[in-house]
Design a protein around this ligand. Structure first.
Ligand code: UDP
Length: 403
């Protein structure tokens, strides 16, 4: 498996992974998150866990089981940590803890390293066994609602270390904190090369005309992704440039707000025949791939974003990308070099028109975008980083010259 990657990714990453995997052979590495389907974390784990196994590491992935109330609460935790106020009561934390307690009884938590993704399973640390426990924060916690962060922090502080995607999210937790941006897999169905015929067939399947430029945003239907802002920008562009707009998303089992937001977006689109709102089933990876490759301009107009996998996915396909200047996106897009960062609907419309009217510039930026992802945001780099921190945690306290 790793030999296939060696043709594509930076060579140094492959060498380091092989060396670290030798050190960690046969050791167990457990990942726990809150869904097997939908959203960026599941997207990464689906590919990373088999890769780790292939390296001789005993990797496992478990997902929390919870009731509707639990996921309503964890969505509120998510919203508040990303700075959006919500009503929050002590009883909600109690239910959060209770579901974590039930999962702790159900899940085998024994492992040499345990990586807990995001706030939903954070309380599992109360039931920790042997091994190193790491809390991995994927969300934009640059400006959280203080009370909610303070409560969650009680759990975070019980881990051995924490990992954030971007330096500006790091908190003073009193434990080791690392910065590891997420990544995409260039060989997955989501990102592999596709034949032109398949791309055309996908457009036909969704009745999207190929005779006009196409704007695209792929996202869960979540207000932080600003789908209505994308429609507003498209409407400004449409006064000058003919184009279609595709908003595609699929549900995530841990996101109960998706349906409501989808309804809002449909209403807002008001039956414009050039707006295509696609509700894709989970695991529509080839369709997402084809849509990203067919797009003239890709948007990720988020107002909060831990790190936009969709941004890296489109950049890897050489697309010109416009992203909201928030959270992890400025780490991915170097403004004016490999894409554009925007702060408003008007800014997004302006940059869309710039790309539509300058296809050569769009192509040049897209080419740079692909190389930027190759050097920074492919799965091998993230595996290298995870194995490095695990190894560093194991070696902590030892005389460095005896390692
Ligand atoms: N995604 C998908 N189908 C959809 C919408 C999203 O497969 O209809 C994928 C998308 O390609 C990306 C992930 O879900 O890999 C979303 O990750 P991102 O970091 O962009 O956002 P998150 O959902 O984690 O906030």
């Amino acid at each position: 498996m790793i030999s296939q990657y060696a043709q594509i990714v930076p060579k140094g990453d492959v060498l380091l992974i092989q060396r670290l995997a030798e050190e960690l052979q046969g050791r167990s590495f457990l990942h726990i998150n809150s869904t097997k389907a939908g959203g960026g974390v599941a997207e990464i784990l689906q590919r990373m866990v088999p890769f780790l196994k292939e390296l001789g590491i005993d990797a496992r992935w478990e997902a929390l089981e919870g009731d509707q109330r639990f996921f309503d609460i964890t969505k509120k935790i998510h919203n508040t940590l990303q700075g959006h106020p919500e009503q929050f009561h002590q009883s909600m934390w109690e239910h959060h803890y209770e579901i974590n307690r039930k999962n702790a009884a159900r899940l085998p938590l024994d492992a040499d390293a345990v990586l807990i993704h995001d706030p939903q399973p954070a309380a599992l640390v109360e039931f920790r066994k042997e091994g190193k426990w790491i809390w991995r924060c994927h969300i934009d916690v640059s400006n959280p609602v203080k009370d909610v962060w303070d409560y969650l922090k009680r759990y975070c502080e019980k881990y051995d270390s924490a990992v954030f995607s971007v330096a500006k999210f790091v908190k003073s937790l009193g434990i080791d904190e690392f910065i590891i941006p997420p990544s995409i897999d260039p060989l997955s169905e989501k990102n592999m090369e596709l034949p032109e015929e398949e791309i055309h067939a996908t457009l036909n399947k969704f009745h999207i005309p190929a005779d006009r430029p196409m704007l695209l945003q792929i996202s869960r239907f979540d207000r932080f992704k600003d789908p209505t802002g994308v429609i507003k920008a498209y409407r400004i562009v449409k006064k000058y440039n003919d184009c279609t707009l595709v908003l595609a998303g699929s549900p995530a089992t841990d996101d109960p707000e998706g349906e409501t937001v989808l309804r809002e977006v449909k209403e807002y689109a008001a039956e414009d025949p050039a707006i295509f709102i696609l509700l894709l089933p989970p695991f529509s990876d080839r369709d997402v791939n084809a849509l990203q490759r067919a797009a003239t301009v890709v948007l990720q107009k988020s107002t909060k974003e831990g790190f936009g996998l969709t941004v890296s996915e489109a950049m890897w396909k050489g697309r010109p990308v416009i992203g909201g200047a928030v959270g992890g996106i400025p780490l991915q897009i170097v403004h004016g070099v490999n894409g554009f960062l925007v702060h408003s609907v008007e800014g997004a419309a302006f940059r869309i028109r710039q790309f539509l009217n300058n296809p050569d510039m769009a192509q040049r930026m897209g080419e740079r975008a692909k190389e930027y992802v190759r050097n920074n945001f492919l799965i091998t780099r993230q595996i290298r980083d995870y194995l490095s921190i695990w190894y560093a945690m194991e070696s902590k306290g030892k005389n460095i010259f005896e390692l």
